[in-house]
Design a protein around this ligand. Structure first.
Ligand code: F6P
Length: 517
């Protein structure tokens, strides 16, 4: 069965109706503290060890009955069939008429007979050989990645996360925003003869990236830079546009890799330059291990599935509108932004795959900051605010620094926050009252390394897919970004001409004000 074929919408399944009636009677009154008091084995029953990632789900507002109904919902929504369709390379991205095969980018050559596997591994080998060449070239000291969205967030997040594994011989810079402050700040720190510009754009049509790339090229030439072909490399499906720009070294990708799922492709070049070919292959192997888990584990022991089902329970029954990501590792400071694009661009949709309005809510807002910083900023709201926000903690058992006392403090704080959210302080009134019973999930990795990072990201990709599959969404298009792009194209010349005709009163007024000397 393909995702394209009509099926029962989630809210019309028997499991959904049973979940609703359970929520109305008991589910909404579920109390974590009582659940732990009544079940000494709750931690064991609600923990899952997936490849590289241990997850404690026990501090979530679920019991065995909810769990069973959610698993039934997954079956009634044909999750296994939808997963099989993706993994068989069916055209599940129906609005763009594309397959969805980012998982193939990390599948060992010997494990697949997919017709694209040969080209995938050829490109991977070429990209990694180029990365090694750059790493071995002492004349190149700086690498500037110019790209936005999926062509920025994944590589940037991973390069920061894996800083301990990166060569100190290269400085990596990331320029995404069309705001010239960003590019100028980077250009002021690099020299043309020792800089490699990586122009990452799957489409090679994204306005911000093209303007930044043109400005970088103009700067390069103005500084006396020689040989654009040697100092600019392209990562794109649109090799002819890259060639027209003057780029001769290009690494391709395929239309079946969504931008936000592309860090495993040639878009991962900055990661490979930072951590080397073998580190990059370790990252792919970690992701592949999670792919295998997702593809083969029964639903009840399948971590991405269990996380997505919790998302549905919270969003559609409890009515929680956001999810907070709190990685207790400063290397993961861009993880919340990365997951924001992954979930919100994938499942932030109000229509189903056939374009029909959804009858239920879809993706929550994803936000967050690393701990312990967040504790001194937004955690107030998590503990005592009027909304309940499920929180996701992530810690590494081992750190890679040698400063005594820090890691214990970090871990203790993560544990304490999760504990405080659940326990609360119900016996006091007024401003000292903590209601408690606030849900959280706790992830543990051994250490933040290429393999565990790969597994963590693949876990989140499959969770997003599963949520979309239950809601009936196409998680792989992003039509909601188009209107703003069209309107911006119309406004640019008006900033010169001052022509406000046909604009609404507010936009015309703002245009005028911004033009005033
Ligand atoms: O406009 C949204 C988007 O298409 C994202 O999905 C994508 O990651 C980003 O823009 C960048 O696209 P490209 O890699 O084609 O420049």
């Amino acid at each position: 069965m393909s995702q394209a074929r009509p099926r029962l919408s989630c809210e019309r399944t028997a499991a959904w109706l049973a979940l609703q009636s359970h929520f109305d009677s008991d589910g909404q009154h579920f109390d974590l503290r009582k659940a732990f008091a009544q079940d000494a084995r709750r931690f064991d029953s609600y923990s899952i060890q997936a490849p590289h990632v241990f997850a404690d789900l026990s501090k979530n507002l679920i019991d065995a009955q909810v769990q069973a109904l959610l698993l039934r919902l997954a079956l009634e929504c044909a999750l296994p069939e939808q997963r099989a369709a993706m993994l068989a390379g069916e055209m599940i991205n129906v609005s763009e008429r594309r397959a969805v095969k980012h998982w193939l980018l990390r599948t060992p050559r010997s494990d697949t007979s997919d017709p694209d596997a040969g080209a995938v591994h050829e490109t991977l080998n070429a990209m990694l050989a180029f990365a090694e060449q750059v790493r071995g070239n002492p004349a190149i000291t700086d690498v500037v990645n110019i790209g936005i969205g999926g062509s920025d967030l994944g590589p940037q997040m991973a390069v920061q996360a894996l800083a301990e594994y990166a060569t100190p011989a290269k400085r990596l810079h990331f320029v995404a925003n069309v705001d010239g402050h960003e590019l100028q700040a980077v250009l002021s720190r690099v020299r043309p003869e020792s800089t490699l510009f990586v122009i990452a754009s799957k489409s090679f049509t994204t306005t911000e990236t093209l303007l930044n790339a043109r400005s970088a090229r103009a700067w390069f030439e103005a500084q006396g830079g020689q040989d654009i072909a040697r100092h600019f490399v392209g990562l794109t499906v649109n090799t002819s546009a890259a060639a027209a720009f003057g780029i001769t070294t290009c690494f391709g990708l395929w239309d079946w890799v969504g931008g936000r799922y592309s860090m495993w492709s040639s878009v991962g070049l900055p990661i490979a330059i930072a951590i080397g070919a073998s580190g990059f292959r370790d990252m792919l192997a970690g992701a592949h291990a999670m792919d295998t888990h997702f593809a083969t584990q029964p639903l009840e022991g399948n971590l991405p599935v269990r996380l997505a089902l919790l998302d549905v329970w919270y969003r559609n029954f409890h009515g929680f509108t956001s999810r907070c990501i709190a990685p207790y590792h400063s290397g993961l400071r861009r993880l919340p932004a990365y997951l924001q694009q992954l979930e919100m661009e994938s499942n932030g949709k109000r229509v189903d795959r056939s374009g029909k309005a959804l009858a239920v809510a879809s993706a929550p807002v994803i936000w967050g900051e690393p701990g312990t910083n967040g504790q001194h900023a937004y955690f107030q709201l998590l503990h005592q605010g009027t909304d309940t926000v499920p929180v996701e903690f992530l810690v590494a058992r081992h750190s890679s620094h040698s400063l005594p006392g820090h890691h214990e403090q970090l871990i203790a704080n993560a544990l304490a926050q999760a504990q405080a959210l659940m326990q609360g302080q119900a016996d006091v009134v007024g401003y000292k009252h903590f209601p408690g019973n606030r849900p959280s999930t706790f992830f543990i990795i051994e250490r933040l390394d290429p393999a565990s990072l790969g597994a963590l990201v693949a876990l989140q990709e499959h969770r997003t897919f599963t949520g979309g599959a239950i809601w009936g969404i196409n998680s792989f298009d992003q039509w909601g970004v188009e209107l703003g792009k069209v309107l911006a194209r119309d406004i640019v010349p008006r900033l010169q001409s001052g022509d406000g005709s046909g604009l609404d009163g507010s936009t015309a007024g703002l245009l005028e004000r911004l033009r005033q000397a």
